[in-house]
Ligand binder design. Sequence first.
Ligand SMILES: C[S@@+](CC[C@H](N)C(=O)[O-])C[C@H]1O[C@@H](n2cnc3c(N)ncnc32)[C@H](O)[C@@H]1O
Length: 387
Amino acid sequence: MSTGTSGAYWAEQALPSVFKHSLLGRYIPQFGGMTGSRDGRVVYLDGYAGEGRYESGEAGSAEIAMRVASKHLSRHGLRWTCFFTERERKSVTRLEEIAAIYRGQGVDVRVHHGEVDQVLDEVLRTAAGLPLFLFLDPCGLGLPWHRLTQAMALRRTANRRPTEFLMNFSMVAVRRLGGNARSAKGVERSSERFDEVCGGRWWRDFFPAGKEPAPDADEAVAAEYARRLAAATGMLVRSVPVAKAPHHKPVYHLVYGTWRQHGLWVFGDAAARARDAWWEKLEVVEEQGDPDVLFSTASLIRPDPEVVAKAAVPAMAQNMERLLRCGRPVKLVDHTLEVFGDYYGQVTEVAARAAIKHLHHQGKTPSTGVSRNREKIRDLVVEPPRR
Ligand SMILES: C[S@@+](CC[C@H](N)C(=O)[O-])C[C@H]1O[C@@H](n2cnc3c(N)ncnc32)[C@H](O)[C@@H]1O
């Protein structure tokens, strides 16, 4: 299983990375803002950092975090300690050049040439008592299950300071290793390496020897991985598929974990916005590929955001109505997944406000969806109908 990047990887941002970086760039500033105010500090680890910046000049994950750190420092006095690990010498050299720019702006950037596993303990020590965000984005298989779950258990028992992760779970690897596990000529050591990542052999059941696996066996493995991670860490875990093109199988899932309902809310909103960025980039790529084409395929098949929102609003209003059956007021952020239902990560938080208005027009809540004290949408409270 290859875990390095090919030569072309750092030329320019590929489509899946547009989604990944858009999501990361939208989410982590909010993580810092929401969790860092108490101590004025945040600890961040990008465990598979790569070069930091593409040859095209676009920011990679490492520079995205450094930019956020620099902005938070200058605007809010919030200090980020950013750890980056990268095992390829060439990439580290480039990453150090980018890091030097941000150190010059006062950001605490620590680059480690080597394996993420070697720095995880130091990161956890540094983050004792402070909020911690882990971004784990390998090209192939990531951290062994026991390393990840032990780190989360330590954070949970030590002080329960905000801790979150965003992790690349390779669907390409799942499909390849599924084939490997089913085959009589499969390499057992490769399957064992995936056992270590998954915390057991359970994934092999989705790829039985001598039988065709279910068409969605890969998705079933990703869903079960997320379910097990939630059970093992006590975290709220959501996983978002990322593909190279519409109707293609995802190349990976981004698996997000948090203990905070607020995080879940903001993450879903960021994922919906990142999805838009993905579609927009696809249109640009297609137009660049064929400037004479009248309409790009992307523009023809892209679900119209307005149509999606129109379908989402009544569905979400119904979800809220169901929540109100308890007869008590419902604060949106305390019920993120119930409020969004199937539209979680598909529509932005604006749809939640529209859903309250929809319910109000139907006479099912006295709440209007208007923020009276400029509260954020997620903090809106929906009142049950008056009897
Ligand atoms: C997908 S690339 C990272 C892309 C980067 N996160 C971004 O979004 O801009 C994965 C990187 O992880 C590095 N890598 C692979 N295994 C590693 C390990 N065990 N520890 C640290 N780095 C590793 C590879 O050399 C490669 O540069």
